[in-house]
Design a protein around this ligand. Structure first.
Ligand code: NDP
Ligand SMILES: O=C1O[C@H](COP(=O)(O)O)[C@@H](O)[C@H](O)[C@H]1O
Length: 465
């Protein structure tokens, strides 16, 4: 834990992230922890009065049904300052307006973040200043490394929060609790007993007007590189001694350092697809390439699958398949752990054709353990049952957890610099193979389950639809 901060300076405060996700989370945090002292300063390149800014903050608070005196007091006192974050003089003015060391939240386009950090080298930062940086962190391993070097010249690693909202959800602790508070899972949590692991995040949402960002990213970077690798690292990590930042981040880092594309063969272990016109439920969608702002020549995938190997003693040889896509028939957000079949079913017992499966649904988090037990009637015939349980919801939105950790100086749920670089390293061979068109970009109709041919020949480690 590092020192606490009580001022949040949002750069890019007029943008989408700030109004839709950050400000509602600020309000929710103040409702949950009304004793917290908080100064909020918004900044953007455009001129706004304090009143216009307060109206924006109010709308964001209202969107999360925020009430209470603490939020009202912040709403009254918050101020807006305009400035160009690439100009050191403007940045100095913003920093000087903060009470003590601020948490600077970079809600800025990625290229502007790099320019702002360069400008900050010519600014006096109070000791204890904290940086919160959004995804994407860099555009590849080299640029992530360069960005790390650049920000480390400004503040130490413990004061840098690389935000991944998946880590702000209760999921991390739910996985840790399930794995390490129950003696029955850990002895089986390895290649001897586990056949394969799938981490799936299929969305019904489509591009939703985000071409400027998404068309350069695509599903692999937007979801697998940014979020699902983090989930995988928690699922696969060695038991940490504590939930402290050092132990958790070391354990995640070890998993990611050992991870590479299955068989080091991106052609056989990855695939990509893009939606064409179709209907998701009642909603008609155009082809991705016809969405406003999309450049078809970018060949951006809206559905990606990659199979990975974690080359260590526990996991070597177990396929971990990560998949995410947009405009799909149904929302499926889950981790599926498929255990190996029993080595021998006593002769006379029948009906067993599926191994034990543990499913962990994400947001809301739930689990079900699918088992084979003796059914009614003939007790020699097995049937499938689900043992189902819900994990309690967290008391804060993901961004609320993230802000609370930033203000309290607890980096355990943010991405460490080396890990951010590792995530780019892991997907690099896939991006290279796709760039050389060694893996075809195939079509699927919006509202379908993905390309039909993927079902006929699933990627290693994938179930059929
Ligand atoms: N939106 C989302 O759902 C998510 C976004 N992110 C990340 O968050 C970051 C911000 O995204 P988002 O809010 O969508 O982007 P927007 O384009 O909506 O907002 C960015 C803001 O940056 C400000 N800005 C740009 N250049 C300058 C400059 N030179 N000086 C001062 N301010 C500047 C603009 O201010 P002004 O309006 O005053 O010109 C603008 O409001 C990105 O890195 C994105 O990848 C991450 C997860 C989700
Ligand atoms: O970061 C992102 O996440 C969302 C999915 O997360 P959720 O919490 O909104 O379900 C994804 O839709 C988006 O493309 C991506 O940028």
């Amino acid at each position: 834990m590092t020192g606490k901060v009580s001022t949040i300076l949002i750069l890019g405060a007029r943008g989408d992230l700030a109004s839709r996700l950050l400000l509602p989370a600020v309000g929710q945090l103040l409702m949950t922890e009304p004793g917290r002292t908080l100064h909020l300063i918004g900044s953007g390149s455009g001129e706004w009065t304090d009143d216009t800014w307060r109206q924006r903050v109010k709308e964001s608070f209202d969107s999360a049904s925020v009430t209470g005196e603490a939020a009202a007091s912040v709403l009254k006192s918050t101020t807006y300052l305009s400035g160009d974050v690439t100009a050191p003089k403007d940045l100095q003015k913003l920093i000087d307006a903060c009470e003590g060391a601020p948490a600077i939240y970079f809600a800025l386009p990625p290229a502007v973040v790099v320019q702002a950090c360069a400008a900050l080298e010519r600014v006096r930062l109070p000791a204890g200043t904290v940086f919160a940086l959004e995804k994407p962190f860099g555009t590849d391993e080299a640029s992530a490394h360069a960005l790390n070097q650049q920000i480390l010249r400004l503040v130490p690693e413990e004061q840098i929060y690389r935000v991944d909202h998946f880590l702000g959800r209760s999921t991390v602790f739910n996985l840790l609790g399930l794995r390490f508070a129950n003696g029955i899972f850990e002895p089986l949590w390895n290649s001897k007993y586990i056949e394969k692991v799938e981490i799936v995040y299929d969305e019904q949402l489509a591009l939703e007007g985000r071409a400027r960002y998404y068309d350069k990213a695509g599903a692999l970077i937007d979801m697998i590189q940014s979020h699902l690798l983090q989930v995988m690292s928690v699922l696969a990590m060695e038991p940490p001694a504590t939930l402290g930042a050092g132990d958790l981040r070391d354990a995640k880092g070890l998993v990611l350092r050992a991870t590479h594309v299955f068989d080091d063969d991106p052609r056989a272990s990855s695939r990509r697809a893009r939606y064409t016109a179709g209907k998701v439920g009642e909603r008609a969608l155009p082809s991705y390439v016809d969405e406003a702002g999309v450049d078809p020549a970018m060949m951006t995938e809206t559905l990606a699958e990659v199979t990975l190997d974690i080359a260590n003693w526990r996991w070597a040889g177990v396929p971990f398949t990560l998949r995410s896509g947009k405009a799909l028939a149904k929302r499926q957000r889950e981790i599926i752990v498929t255990f190996k079949q029993v080595p021998h079913l006593p002769t006379g017992l029948t009906g067993l054709d599926t191994p034990t499966v543990l499913r962990i649904a994400l947001a809301p988090d739930e689990m079900s353990l699918e088992l084979n037990i003796n059914g009614p009637g003939d007790p020699r015939v097995l049937k499938r049952v689900d043992l189902h349980a819900g994990f309690g919801p967290g008391h804060l939105l993901a961004y609320g957890e993230i802000l609370s950790a930033i203000l309290d100086g607890d980096p355990s749920l943010s991405v460490r610099g080396d890990t951010a670089e590792q995530c780019w390293r892991i997907v690099a061979p896939v991006l290279a193979a796709w760039g050389k068109e060694e893996v075809p970009l195939v079509d699927y109709a919006a509202g379908s389950q993905g390309p039909k041919e993927w079902n006929d020949t699933p990627l290693k480690g994938r179930n059929q639809f």
